[in-house]
Ligand binder design. Sequence first.
Ligand code: ATP
Ligand code: MG
Length: 513
Amino acid sequence: MTDAPVLLSLQNITKRFGALTANDGISLDLHRGEILALLGENGAGKTTLMNILFGHYVQDEGDVRVLGDGGLTALPPGSPGAALKAGIGMVHQHFTLAENLSGLANIRLGTEPLLSFGREGAARAKVQKIIAESGLDVDLDRRVADLTVGEKQRIEILKALYRDAKVLILDEPTAVLTPQEADGLFVVLRRLAANGLGVIFISHKLGEVLAVSHRILVLRGGKKAGELVTADADRRAIADLMVGKAVAAVVRTPASPGDVLLALENVSLHGASGRSLSGVDLKLRAGEVVGLAGVSGNGQSGIAGLISGLAVPTSGTMRLYGETVTRADPRALVANGVARMPEDRQHDGVVGTMSVADNIAIEEVRSAAFSKMGFLDRKAMRERATAAIAGYDVRCQGPDAEARLLSGGNVQKLILARVLERGPRVILANQPTRGLDVGAQAEVHRRILAARDRGAAVLVISEDLDELFALADRFVVVHAGELHDAGPSEGLDRGTIGLMMAGQSHARAEMAS
Ligand SMILES: Nc1ncnc2c1ncn2[C@@H]1O[C@H](COP(=O)(O)OP(=O)(O)OP(=O)(O)O)[C@@H](O)[C@H]1O
Ligand SMILES: [Mg+2]
């Protein structure tokens, strides 16, 4: 691999934000046909480094060199246009597509006038050739708004390849994908690499990093902590480089379930596709974690919507502490002790332009805790924020820092602090560790179990069966809008859950696995 020519070379990149050095003298070579995984704790500097590469940020020191006709040539700093022209393609974690245009229009957008009819045929032919070579199958004529997350990501990758990218950068591409979609993405990346593309992807999932990459670069505190050849690496070696120590396993003690705190009784929901539910019964008891398994799009978002008050059932009843709350709005539920960790932290989680302290208080500014004779009690808010920042290891410059300046994983920790610090009685944890590094994942698991032990009723929705088995006392499986009981987690194995996710009854799944 290292015999292949160097496509991209970072030399001594340093980037400071005020007193913080986000990247500290980082050097790196990427070869033709190579898949490089970029790893590190939340806030280690991964996204910053990629933003420099793509010209979004200007480095304070160092060079980015890209292979061109005249050998490796330094890019002018801070110019996305120059980076694009030199063949660097970036797929951001939050897509930058125009929702009302078709996939094809999005791919052409920015490179050529869309109204040039003659050229549309040529553009389509070029994209179809790329699809045939890469396996990036997607309907080019559908409106982007109607595509799944996985399909939108394909459009983003096609857009980069349409611009003749030599290097493709993906920032946590699998964080938003189902495990099945992630497998599909990796098949594509391997094919692209085999055709000579250089790929850099950021991930917190060690399993996929070990399965897909050729080489691993680990950042720690803005510095290069080390580089590994994947064939010689294992989880332990990677975790060692990332955090400097092994991550302690989380132990789940037996639950002692109490009263039913929240119940869905024969609830149906006629929602958009993926949200519909029919005749769902679900009981969440004090002191118990229920794990909701299912292939994404089978009704998870409907259940999450009901519990957070964002969706109203078409029929059936929802009860909270025995009282009917079928039409309660989100604010009323929050005020009554129902907390939710939103699945999409960027859209539902924080207000980027507000401070960390304000974001922590955001859902309870009307409550007594933060008001003094009708005015906001800024001091109490700051104290709460300072404690939350320390308690949840939110890496930021302090309670006054704007939330948008936090790294992705640190935004997630901020939301967790807000949700858990208020001592909620019912917790909806929707993909609670998406985007968190291994240490932070273990910490969140510990906190969810501590909330359970304090008597909270918890529903965990996750695509990750490892996560569900770590947390759940009891499993339910959603398939095609119907919810099936799978019983206590102790007697369950992955095979049974997998078959139930595919639509088999519990009894048949158990016999088969
Ligand atoms: N524009 C900015 N202004 C100030 N600080 C910033 C800015 N962008 C990033 N930072 C800080 O730089 C550090 C590195 O952030 P970065 O986003 O690169 O981390 P990351 O490794 O991608 O983490 P994660 O895994 O959580 O996504 C963080 O402490 C972050 O708060
Ligand atoms: Mg990041």
